[in-house]
Design a protein around this ligand. Structure first.
Ligand SMILES: [Zn+2]
Ligand SMILES: [Zn+2]
Length: 257
């Protein structure tokens, strides 16, 4: 059997959750065939740490952005985001978007911040990693108004219905699924994952959060993207090998690696 090569397109491997055993987490990844990851930014204070991490690991890339519900000291300008992302291993802008699940940041501030991220992404021609939670309408409207198709992007940890997926796909977005696609009650989400066109499909862990079955409730890590892959390969009726090849090719193309 061919060795599989998986790509975890969204994780937070620099978070303190991994401080005690980060190297063994990387070792686990290698053994499970998870060959590449993107370490995603949620605040600008983190960028130096991410740059140090990618300098140390050939198979790690990073993004630059502020999470919609992060209480930021100050809002970055388009220029600021552009200059922070000037780095050979910065492959995306984000994660940014709209999140009405929590209300730490006012909706108007989230919206303006999101628009700033999209404008920066278009300037540096990198995709936007989009976080959309309980805010389909608001998120998709901004994506359309800001012409996201110019730079493209990824709907990360996709958890909405087919209608939202379809609208995002129409704007050229990729759809990335995480551990919640494996949860028992999520038949509808698996149905969406079965329908997304193969060339738009990505997988991720969002670790340390949202561990897939059978690790649900524990700390998540990039290795477990394999469970996400196995689950979606099964509902699509393709082999794990084939699924890994397609999603890894998609990630490489999307990030311009
Ligand atoms: Zn997110
Ligand atoms: Zn995240």
């Amino acid at each position: 059997m061919a060795e599989i090569s998986l790509f975890d397109t969204h994780c937070h491997i620099d978070f303190h959750h991994f401080d005690d055993d980060r190297e063994s987490v990387f070792e686990n990844m290698r053994e499970a065939g998870v060959e590449r990851i993107v370490a995603v930014s949620v605040e600008l204070e983190q960028i130096d740490r991410l740059k140090a991490l990618v300098a140390k690991h050939d198979n790690v890339w990073f993004s630059v952005g502020i999470h919609p519900n992060h209480e930021a000291e100050h809002e970055p300008s388009v220029d600021e985001l552009c200059s922070l992302s000037e780095h050979p291993k910065c492959v995306a802008i984000g994660e940014s978007g709209i999140d009405f699940f929590r209300h730490r940041v006012e909706p108007e501030v989230q919206a303006e911040r999101f628009r700033t991220h999209i404008r920066a992404a278009k300037q540096v021609n990198k995709p936007v990693i989009v976080h959309m939670r309980d805010a389909d309408e608001a998120t998709l409207n901004i994506l359309r108004e800001e012409d996201i198709a110019d730079c493209g992007g990824i709907m990360h940890c996709f958890s909405s219905g087919w209608d939202a997926a379809n609208r995002a796909l129409d704007m050229g977005m990729s759809i990335s699924f995480s551990g919640n696609v494996t949860f028992k009650r999520n038949d509808e989400l698996r149905e969406v994952a079965a329908q997304v066109p193969a060339d738009k499909l990505l997988i991720e862990t969002d670790s340390p959060y949202l561990a897939p079955m059978p690790h649900r409730g524990k700390r998540n890590e990039p290795t477990y993207v394999r469970h996400v892959a196995e689950c979606i390969a099964e509902v699509r009726g393709v082999s794990l090998d084939e699924f890994a090849r397609i999603t890894t090719d998609n990630a490489l193309a999307r990030f311009g690696i």
